[in-house]
Design a protein around this ligand. Structure first.
Ligand code: SAM
Length: 223
Protein backbone atom coordinates (compact mmCIF):
# COMPACT_ATOMS: atom_id res chain seq x y z
CA UNK A 1 0.00 0.00 0.00
CA UNK A 2 2.95 2.30 -0.50
CA UNK A 3 1.45 4.23 -3.39
CA UNK A 4 -0.44 6.83 -1.31
CA UNK A 5 2.04 7.97 1.31
CA UNK A 6 0.14 11.19 2.04
CA UNK A 7 -3.26 9.60 2.52
CA UNK A 8 -4.68 8.12 5.70
CA UNK A 9 -5.53 4.44 5.70
CA UNK A 10 -9.23 5.11 5.39
CA UNK A 11 -8.71 7.05 2.15
CA UNK A 12 -6.48 4.49 0.49
CA UNK A 13 -7.52 2.65 -2.59
CA UNK A 14 -6.35 -0.92 -2.87
CA UNK A 15 -5.25 -0.51 -6.46
CA UNK A 16 -2.83 2.08 -7.80
CA UNK A 17 -4.73 5.18 -9.02
CA UNK A 18 -3.76 4.60 -12.65
CA UNK A 19 -5.35 1.14 -12.52
CA UNK A 20 -8.51 2.53 -10.88
CA UNK A 21 -8.67 5.14 -13.67
CA UNK A 22 -8.09 2.49 -16.31
CA UNK A 23 -10.95 0.39 -14.92
CA UNK A 24 -13.18 3.45 -14.97
CA UNK A 25 -12.26 4.30 -18.56
CA UNK A 26 -13.21 0.79 -19.64
CA UNK A 27 -16.54 0.63 -17.85
CA UNK A 28 -19.75 2.09 -19.31
CA UNK A 29 -19.87 5.81 -18.51
CA UNK A 30 -21.60 6.92 -15.34
CA UNK A 31 -25.13 8.18 -16.10
CA UNK A 32 -25.53 11.95 -15.73
CA UNK A 33 -27.79 11.71 -12.64
CA UNK A 34 -25.14 9.66 -10.82
CA UNK A 35 -22.33 11.99 -11.89
CA UNK A 36 -24.25 14.89 -10.41
CA UNK A 37 -24.96 12.98 -7.22
CA UNK A 38 -21.27 12.15 -6.86
CA UNK A 39 -20.42 15.81 -7.29
CA UNK A 40 -23.07 16.89 -4.75
CA UNK A 41 -21.80 14.26 -2.31
CA UNK A 42 -18.28 15.65 -2.53
CA UNK A 43 -19.64 19.16 -1.93
CA UNK A 44 -22.11 18.47 0.87
CA UNK A 45 -21.26 15.26 2.67
CA UNK A 46 -18.48 14.12 4.94
CA UNK A 47 -16.39 11.11 3.92
CA UNK A 48 -17.39 11.04 0.22
CA UNK A 49 -15.16 7.99 -0.23
CA UNK A 50 -18.05 6.02 1.28
CA UNK A 51 -19.97 6.29 -1.98
CA UNK A 52 -19.71 3.23 -4.21
CA UNK A 53 -18.25 5.07 -7.21
CA UNK A 54 -18.57 4.47 -10.96
CA UNK A 55 -17.01 1.00 -11.32
CA UNK A 56 -18.64 -0.64 -8.31
CA UNK A 57 -21.82 1.28 -9.21
CA UNK A 58 -21.77 -0.18 -12.72
CA UNK A 59 -21.26 -3.63 -11.19
CA UNK A 60 -24.30 -3.17 -8.92
CA UNK A 61 -26.33 -2.04 -11.93
CA UNK A 62 -25.19 -5.12 -13.83
CA UNK A 63 -26.12 -7.33 -10.88
CA UNK A 64 -29.63 -5.88 -10.80
CA UNK A 65 -29.82 -6.24 -14.59
CA UNK A 66 -28.87 -9.92 -14.30
CA UNK A 67 -30.96 -10.86 -11.27
CA UNK A 68 -34.00 -8.69 -12.00
CA UNK A 69 -34.83 -8.56 -8.27
CA UNK A 70 -38.35 -7.59 -7.24
CA UNK A 71 -37.42 -6.78 -3.64
CA UNK A 72 -34.06 -5.39 -2.59
CA UNK A 73 -32.88 -4.27 0.83
CA UNK A 74 -29.96 -1.91 1.19
CA UNK A 75 -28.40 -1.29 4.62
CA UNK A 76 -26.57 2.05 4.44
CA UNK A 77 -28.04 4.61 2.01
CA UNK A 78 -25.49 7.42 2.50
CA UNK A 79 -26.41 9.81 -0.37
CA UNK A 80 -28.28 7.21 -2.43
CA UNK A 81 -25.65 6.41 -5.04
CA UNK A 82 -25.73 2.61 -4.77
CA UNK A 83 -29.52 2.64 -4.32
CA UNK A 84 -29.88 4.43 -7.66
CA UNK A 85 -27.35 2.10 -9.32
CA UNK A 86 -29.42 -0.91 -8.29
CA UNK A 87 -32.91 0.55 -8.72
CA UNK A 88 -32.31 1.86 -12.25
CA UNK A 89 -31.89 -1.70 -13.49
CA UNK A 90 -34.70 -3.29 -11.46
CA UNK A 91 -37.89 -4.45 -13.18
CA UNK A 92 -41.30 -2.80 -13.32
CA UNK A 93 -43.18 -3.14 -10.02
CA UNK A 94 -40.01 -3.72 -7.97
CA UNK A 95 -39.05 -2.00 -4.71
CA UNK A 96 -35.77 -1.18 -3.02
CA UNK A 97 -35.81 -0.41 0.70
CA UNK A 98 -32.79 1.49 1.95
CA UNK A 99 -32.00 2.21 5.59
CA UNK A 100 -29.82 4.90 7.11
CA UNK A 101 -29.54 6.67 10.46
CA UNK A 102 -28.48 9.98 8.94
CA UNK A 103 -31.44 12.26 8.34
CA UNK A 104 -29.48 15.06 6.69
CA UNK A 105 -27.97 12.76 4.07
CA UNK A 106 -31.35 11.21 3.45
CA UNK A 107 -32.63 14.60 2.26
CA UNK A 108 -29.83 14.74 -0.31
CA UNK A 109 -30.55 11.16 -1.34
CA UNK A 110 -34.26 11.90 -1.71
CA UNK A 111 -33.60 14.86 -4.01
CA UNK A 112 -31.32 12.87 -6.32
CA UNK A 113 -33.55 9.79 -6.33
CA UNK A 114 -36.40 12.01 -7.52
CA UNK A 115 -34.15 13.60 -10.17
CA UNK A 116 -33.33 10.10 -11.43
CA UNK A 117 -37.08 9.39 -11.66
CA UNK A 118 -36.82 6.55 -9.14
CA UNK A 119 -38.88 7.86 -6.22
CA UNK A 120 -41.59 5.28 -6.91
CA UNK A 121 -39.11 2.43 -6.67
CA UNK A 122 -36.99 3.43 -3.67
CA UNK A 123 -38.26 3.61 -0.06
CA UNK A 124 -36.01 5.52 2.32
CA UNK A 125 -36.15 4.29 5.91
CA UNK A 126 -34.68 6.43 8.66
CA UNK A 127 -33.23 4.80 11.78
CA UNK A 128 -30.93 2.03 12.96
CA UNK A 129 -30.93 -0.93 10.56
CA UNK A 130 -31.11 -3.49 13.36
CA UNK A 131 -34.44 -1.96 14.41
CA UNK A 132 -35.85 -1.71 10.89
CA UNK A 133 -34.97 -5.15 9.52
CA UNK A 134 -37.29 -7.17 11.80
CA UNK A 135 -40.16 -4.86 10.86
CA UNK A 136 -39.86 -5.47 7.11
CA UNK A 137 -42.46 -7.96 6.03
CA UNK A 138 -40.89 -8.86 2.67
CA UNK A 139 -38.91 -11.65 1.06
CA UNK A 140 -35.81 -10.23 -0.56
CA UNK A 141 -34.09 -11.29 -3.76
CA UNK A 142 -31.02 -9.23 -2.92
CA UNK A 143 -29.63 -7.57 0.20
CA UNK A 144 -26.74 -5.11 0.01
CA UNK A 145 -24.95 -4.59 3.35
CA UNK A 146 -22.98 -1.35 3.42
CA UNK A 147 -23.44 0.33 6.84
CA UNK A 148 -21.52 0.27 10.14
CA UNK A 149 -18.86 -2.42 9.90
CA UNK A 150 -19.16 -3.55 13.53
CA UNK A 151 -22.62 -4.95 12.83
CA UNK A 152 -22.10 -6.77 9.53
CA UNK A 153 -22.46 -10.21 11.17
CA UNK A 154 -25.60 -9.13 12.96
CA UNK A 155 -27.14 -7.76 9.75
CA UNK A 156 -26.32 -11.00 7.95
CA UNK A 157 -28.11 -12.99 10.68
CA UNK A 158 -31.06 -10.60 10.77
CA UNK A 159 -31.67 -10.67 7.01
CA UNK A 160 -30.88 -14.32 6.35
CA UNK A 161 -34.38 -15.72 6.81
CA UNK A 162 -35.87 -12.88 4.78
CA UNK A 163 -33.77 -13.77 1.72
CA UNK A 164 -35.41 -16.26 -0.60
CA UNK A 165 -33.59 -19.48 -1.52
CA UNK A 166 -31.55 -18.52 -4.57
CA UNK A 167 -31.40 -14.92 -3.36
CA UNK A 168 -28.22 -12.95 -2.73
CA UNK A 169 -26.49 -11.16 0.13
CA UNK A 170 -23.77 -8.76 -1.03
CA UNK A 171 -21.52 -6.96 1.46
CA UNK A 172 -19.23 -4.01 0.73
CA UNK A 173 -15.79 -3.15 2.17
CA UNK A 174 -14.92 -6.73 3.05
CA UNK A 175 -11.23 -6.02 2.38
CA UNK A 176 -11.34 -2.93 4.61
CA UNK A 177 -8.54 -1.19 2.70
CA UNK A 178 -6.49 -4.38 2.90
CA UNK A 179 -6.43 -4.37 6.69
CA UNK A 180 -8.23 -7.74 6.95
CA UNK A 181 -5.11 -9.43 5.58
CA UNK A 182 -2.66 -7.44 7.73
CA UNK A 183 -2.09 -9.21 11.05
CA UNK A 184 -0.93 -5.98 12.68
CA UNK A 185 -4.37 -4.39 12.20
CA UNK A 186 -6.33 -5.20 15.35
CA UNK A 187 -8.85 -2.33 15.52
CA UNK A 188 -12.51 -3.09 16.17
CA UNK A 189 -13.79 -2.54 12.61
CA UNK A 190 -11.07 -4.69 11.05
CA UNK A 191 -11.79 -7.47 13.54
CA UNK A 192 -15.52 -7.21 12.86
CA UNK A 193 -15.06 -7.46 9.08
CA UNK A 194 -12.69 -10.41 9.51
CA UNK A 195 -15.24 -12.15 11.71
CA UNK A 196 -17.97 -11.46 9.14
CA UNK A 197 -15.86 -12.90 6.31
CA UNK A 198 -15.17 -16.02 8.40
CA UNK A 199 -18.87 -16.33 9.23
CA UNK A 200 -19.90 -16.30 5.55
CA UNK A 201 -17.05 -18.60 4.55
CA UNK A 202 -18.11 -21.15 7.20
CA UNK A 203 -21.81 -20.92 6.36
CA UNK A 204 -22.81 -24.04 4.43
CA UNK A 205 -26.15 -22.44 3.56
CA UNK A 206 -24.51 -20.17 0.97
CA UNK A 207 -22.27 -20.34 -2.05
CA UNK A 208 -19.94 -17.33 -1.89
CA UNK A 209 -17.22 -15.47 -3.76
CA UNK A 210 -15.14 -12.54 -2.55
CA UNK A 211 -14.42 -10.04 -5.30
CA UNK A 212 -11.66 -7.43 -5.22
CA UNK A 213 -13.82 -4.70 -6.73
CA UNK A 214 -12.91 -1.38 -5.05
CA UNK A 215 -12.73 -2.20 -1.30
CA UNK A 216 -13.92 -5.79 -1.75
CA UNK A 217 -17.39 -7.24 -2.24
CA UNK A 218 -18.60 -10.47 -0.69
CA UNK A 219 -21.28 -12.05 -2.87
CA UNK A 220 -23.19 -14.90 -1.22
CA UNK A 221 -26.02 -16.86 -2.82
CA UNK A 222 -28.43 -18.58 -0.48
CA UNK A 223 -28.81 -22.22 -1.51
C1 SAM B 1 -20.57 3.41 3.32
S1 SAM B 1 -21.99 4.40 3.61
C2 SAM B 1 -23.16 3.75 2.45
C3 SAM B 1 -22.76 4.06 1.02
C4 SAM B 1 -23.81 3.77 -0.02
N1 SAM B 1 -24.32 2.41 0.07
C5 SAM B 1 -23.22 3.97 -1.39
O1 SAM B 1 -22.57 3.06 -1.92
O2 SAM B 1 -23.35 5.08 -1.94
C6 SAM B 1 -22.54 3.81 5.17
C7 SAM B 1 -23.83 4.44 5.70
O3 SAM B 1 -24.28 3.64 6.81
C8 SAM B 1 -24.98 4.48 7.70
N2 SAM B 1 -25.11 3.83 9.00
C9 SAM B 1 -24.19 3.75 10.00
N3 SAM B 1 -24.67 3.08 11.04
C10 SAM B 1 -25.94 2.70 10.71
C11 SAM B 1 -26.97 1.96 11.38
N4 SAM B 1 -26.78 1.48 12.60
N5 SAM B 1 -28.13 1.77 10.74
C12 SAM B 1 -28.33 2.25 9.50
N6 SAM B 1 -27.40 2.96 8.82
C13 SAM B 1 -26.23 3.19 9.42
C14 SAM B 1 -24.15 5.77 7.70
O4 SAM B 1 -24.95 6.87 8.13
C15 SAM B 1 -23.68 5.86 6.24
O5 SAM B 1 -24.49 6.75 5.50
Amino acid sequence: MGHHPTKTTSEMELLPPEIEQYLERHTSPEPEALRQLRRATHLHALRPQMLSGPVQGAFLTLLARLLQPLRVLEIGTYTGYSAICLAQAMPEGSLLYTIDVNEELQALARQHIAAAGLDGRIRLLLGPAAEWIPQLDETFDLVFIDADKAQYGRYYDLVFDKVRPGGYIVADNVLWYGKVADERAQDADTKAIRAFNEQVQADGRVENVMLSIRDGLMVARKR
